[in-house]
Every structure is written in C-alpha cells, then in structure tokens.
Write a protein that binds this ligand. Structure first.
Ligand SMILES: [Zn+2]
Length: 262
C-alpha cells in the first residue's frame, strides 16, 4: 500500500529537483494539517485529532480533479492541548512553539517558491494560535494563508451540538468509520460538561463570560458528549460530506490564487 495515499502531492516524498520544477507554485496551496495527541476518553485513541487530519487529507484530495494543483506539507501532530492536562496520553507543545512551527513551514515553502498556505485543523485548542499566525504569514511574507473548513455534522441534537465538544458522538463516529479497530465501544459513555437547560458553573462553551476551563474540571471520563450514540454509518456520512466541503475549499483557494496571477 502507498502511504500516504496522497503521496504524489506529498512534498517530503519528492526530490529537490522535483520540487524545484513544480510549475504551479505561484498559486498551488501547500496544505498543512494541524492536530493533537490528547486524551479522548476511555474508548478512543489519543491520536484522534492527528489521525483525522490524515483522514480528511486522504479523502478530500482523492476527490480533486486529476491535475488539480495542491501539495501537502508534513503534518503537525502535537498541538496546544493544555486544556487536557491531568490525563495520561496528552502530549502538547506551547502556543509559542506551535506558532513558530507554522511560521517555519511557511517561511521555508515560501523560499522554495510557494505563495499559498492552507491549514486543515482538527483540534479546537489550536485555533486561537493558528488564526493570528496565518495573519502574520500574510503580513510578513505576503503569502495567501487560510483555514480550510467543512460544515458541522448534521442531524445531531441541540445538546450534542452545544456541549458535545470532545470525544462525543461526532468524533467517535468518525473514528468508528475510519479506524474502528482502534476504538473500544464497550467504554463509550455519555458525559456532558453541562446541560442546555442547566449549564452549571463551568461552561466550556456558550457561557455569558468566557471561562478558562480544563477538561478535568468538567469531565470525569474525559468525554464531553454522547459517545454512546456514535455509529460508523454516521461517521462515514459526515466524513463524506466534510471531505467534499474540503475538496471544494481547496479548489476555491486554487482559483483565487490563479486569478491573482499577473
Ligand atoms: Zn478531538
């Protein structure tokens, strides 16, 4: 089996001569997956976020028309996960290390001739670092830099949509669809950090005032959501829909880049 499945677009699999000769560097985005290795409850592997980056890449890139211009940088698998300290299995880097890592990738691919960077992020805790860093890349290097995003999962309850924020129905369904043998559904449970009609004192989302929470404050199991409601069928449907969104977003970045050419 070829690994990764998008090897023809994977920059580390190319020789320096191949990279030098790429004809579309002025508009083709370099895609960087940013994930995390952190506790995901008793039923999912700690690599969920890092693994999902690979699933999105493989599935979205497989949908692109042949010859579509885009390339892939080596992923950032460890993220800013200080909200999950106190559980075994969480690895993390600091905000500053994550920022410097993304900046370093941008600076170097810019030096090779690339002018567009697109991030597929699978860990919410990275977002407050990634967004200002992409702006820095735009300001300092003049590169196009943006986040590729897919629609939220459809057909979930209001309770899950609001408080199913970690290792719940959606993430568990994704992993059941993508890597079932890494799951243990006998340990999947429903644990919400708050109820819609009774949010309690610590509200990780939808709080009237922002609360700096750690998952150990709001979850005993590490799950925040209804993991027991997950199925492989739902996961497959959400991955299909999400990867179609991401493929469309990649083509849009290509179109914008190409249109900006002299
Ligand atoms: Zn996750």
């Amino acid at each position: 089996m070829t690994f990764p499945p998008y090897r023809s677009r994977y920059l580390p699999a190319m020789t320096l001569r191949q990279i030098r000769a790429l004809p579309d560097k002025a508009w083709a985005p370099v895609i960087l997956a940013t994930g995390a290795i952190e506790q995901h409850g008793p039923h999912l592997p700690v690599a969920v976020d890092a693994l999902m980056g690979q699933v999105w890449l493989a599935r979205a890139l497989a949908r692109l028309p042949a010859g579509a211009s885009c390339y892939v940088a080596p992923p950032v698998t460890i993220g800013k996960s200080n909200e999950h300290t106190g559980f075994p299995g969480t690895l993390m880097i600091s905000r500053e290390t994550l920022r410097q890592h993304i900046l370093a990738v941008a600076r170097q691919v810019h030096a090779w001739g690339f002018r567009s960077l697109a991030v597929i992020n699978t860990h919410g805790g990275n977002v407050p670092v990634i967004v200002p860093t992409l702006r820095e890349i735009r300001a300092a290097l003049g590169m196009r830099a943006g986040l590729l995003q897919a629609r939220q999962a459809d057909g979930i309850s209001a309770q899950e949509a609001t408080f199913g924020i970690h290792a719940g129905e959606v993430e568990t369904s994704w992993i059941l669809a993508a890597a079932e043998r890494l799951t243990d559904m006998s340990k999947a449970e429903c644990e919400y950090p708050a109820k819609l009609d009774d949010p309690g004192e610590v509200r990780p989302v939808a709080a009237p005032a922002l609360v700096a929470w750690a998952s150990r404050d709001v979850s005993l199991s590490g799950i925040m959501g209804d993991a027991a409601a997950a199925t492989a069928e739902k996961g497959e449907r959400w991955i299909e829909r999400g990867s179609a969104d991401l493929a469309e977003a990649i083509m849009e970045v290509c179109r914008i880049g190409k249109a900006g050419q002299p």
